[in-house]
Design a binder for this molecule. Structure first.
Ligand code: GAR
Length: 189
């Protein structure tokens, strides 16, 4: 049995999609969903999905080993960042080498780095009149959006597409590819 912890900061539609994808797979368990925001909608989703969940503070994450210790104690195999907006601290990366994956809603290395998340990314892509965008699933290191790429896939942008249209297209790609990329990466661990 492989155990996954999901970290998310906001709505958590990817988190829910990952839970649903693995629901019928007895080899994989989504053991916990953690959020750095105590009122994040992802925590509501966790409750509804019957997944243990908890929020944590900046102090828990950066000044103590509360979260790392919890994940180690739970014997988590893979940490999945699904719309998680804080930089992973050194202690977490050290405790889970090559075992933290993130999804980014653009074709890294373009449109990555600090401040590049969610709609900020899609607004920048549309403002620059790009013809394509996509998603990048990658391992996490100590810089924003910088670790080894596991999977990238693209979508075309039409002339009149808004940032909202692009966000919808990107979410579709995320729902289709993220759980599958997690499953195949888990098989290599
Ligand atoms: C997703 O599009 C994800 O790629 C993005 O946040 C969204 C979260 O949506 N992540 C980043 O921008 C990370 N830099 P969700 O909460 O509905 O899953």
């Amino acid at each position: 049995m492989k155990k996954i912890a999901i970290l998310a900061s906001g709505s958590g539609s990817n988190a829910e999609n990952i839970v649903n994808y693995f629901e019928s797979n007895s080899d994989v368990e989504i053991s916990i969903i953690l959020s750095n925001k105590k009122d994040a909608f992802v925590l509501e989703r966790a409750k509804k999905l019957n997944i243990p969940s908890q929020s944590f503070t900046r102090k828990d994450f950066y000044e103590t080993d509360t979260i790392v210790d919890l994940l180690v104690e739970m014997q988590i195999d893979l940490v999945v960042l699904a719309g998680f907006l804080w930089l992973a601290p050194h202690s977490l990366i050290q405790a889970f080498p090559n075992r933290i994956v993130n999804i980014h809603p653009a074709l890294l290395p373009n449109y990555g780095g600090k401040g590049m998340y969610g709609m900020n990314v899609h607004n920048a892509v549309i403002n620059n009149k790009e013809k394509e965008s996509g998603i990048t699933i990658h391992l996490v290191n100590e810089k924003y959006d910088d670790g080894k790429t596991i999977l990238q896939t693209k979508c075309q942008i039409n002339k009149n597409d808004t940032a909202e249209d692009l966000a919808n297209e990107i979410h579709k790609l995320e729902y289709e590819y993220f759980p599958r990329a997690i499953a195949s990466y888990l098989n290599q661990l």
